[in-house]
Design a protein around this ligand. Structure first.
Ligand code: ZN
Length: 345
């Protein structure tokens, strides 16, 4: 079974009215993470999956999924609110039809090869275990140079392999956005594929075959759009995506779904022009945004059809305010009819 849902903003738990409004919550005092409120939130998730038809498709139907933004597990633990969440999950879902994922903490000093990475990973794995998280999304290294050897060395050190053996969450390495035309090495799917292959090869040489499938990918289609758009050599990027997207897709456990016009990583629901009169969206080129929304669906379908990674999470990561749950539903419908269509364009 695959899963569909969205990434929950930690600002929602910090009484941010914009997020509560987007999700049609009528809560004057903010979202207190008690059992009733989680149950209300889950009813919205169910509404989207059921209304979009993602659950009607016999034998290929989708389960329900949420991803925690960085900070949520720590927040819930800090105020002793882990149990209400877990209880509500138990009451609302059965037979593994719900899965949870989370985004790693990724401040400047916290991502891989930075000072605090090991400590942060240890904490994230602990949170993941506690909340029964199935997929932990991690960013690859920043910068414009090749750091594959260093990343592989670090991830195969006993300190990290021991940590991973103590937990059973899958780490999903995410392709990076291009940023103001500065070359980002790990925006390239090809370099990501090389990284994963080398990492797995090294694990296998060390006899750590149990960890090979614990490293997968997260495909952020919005990030891929910025890389596609900002690269000077269009022919090269098109050829690279054609060759490497299916290879990347085969190993992809998590999809971050959102769209933009290529100039900036805006995190907007694909196809939706709702809120385009908002001041923050004035500069977005609508025609390009729609064109790229179609590209997003095409990329998702290519990956969907590879069908070799089980229990994939298709996650809307389109929580830039303003947004709405109706946009999410519209996209879910679009997604469903497109991936099940016979079109191969
Ligand atoms: Zn992402």
């Amino acid at each position: 079974m695959d899963y569909f849902g969205w990434q929950l903003s930690n600002n929602m738990l910090l009484e941010d009215v914009g997020h509560l409004k987007a999700l049609n919550f009528n809560l004057k005092d903010g979202f207190e993470p008690n059992k009733d409120n989680w149950t209300k939130l889950f009813s919205k998730l169910k509404w989207i999956i059921e209304k979009s038809g993602l659950r009607d498709v016999t034998s290929k139907d989708f389960g329900y999924c949420l991803h925690f933004a960085p900070g949520i597990p720590r927040l819930l633990r800090g105020i002793s609110m882990t149990e209400p969440f877990k209880e509500s999950v138990r009451e609302n879902f059965t037979n593994g039809d719900f899965q949870l994922g989370m985004h790693s903490t990724h401040g400047d000093n916290e991502i891989i090869l930075k000072k605090q990475f090991s400590q942060v990973l240890e904490n994230d794995l602990k949170y993941a275990q506690e909340f029964n998280v199935k997929a932990l999304v991690e960013h690859a290294a920043l910068g414009s140079n090749n750091q594959t050897t260093k990343m592989v060395e670090l991830l195969t050190k006993p300190k990290i392999t021991n940590l991973m053996e103590e937990h059973d969450v899958i780490i999903c390495w995410e392709n990076k956005q291009a940023f103001r035309k500065t070359w980002r090495y790990y925006s390239s799917l090809k370099e990501m594929v090389i990284f994963l292959n080398k990492l797995r090869q090294q694990l296998s040489e060390l006899g750590k075959t149990n960890l090979i499938q614990r490293h997968k990918f997260c495909l952020d289609v919005g990030h891929l759009l910025t890389w596609y758009h900002q690269s000077k050599d269009k022919e090269m990027v098109e050829a690279e995506i054609k060759k490497y997207l299916p290879l990347f897709g085969k190993e992809t456990k998590v999809f971050h779904i959102h769209a933009n016009d290529g100039t900036k990583d805006s995190h907007i629901t694909p196809f939706s022009l709702e809120f385009f009169d908002h001041k923050s969206r004035k500069e977005i080129d609508e025609a390009v945004f729609i064109k790229y929304s179609k590209l997003v669906l095409r990329w998702l379908k290519i990956c969907y059809n590879t069908d070799s990674t089980k229990e994939r999470h298709f996650i809307l990561e389109a929580g830039t305010k303003p947004y709405s749950i109706d946009q999410y539903l519209d996209f879910a419908k679009e997604f469903k009819s497109y991936i099940y269509s016979d079109l191969t364009d």
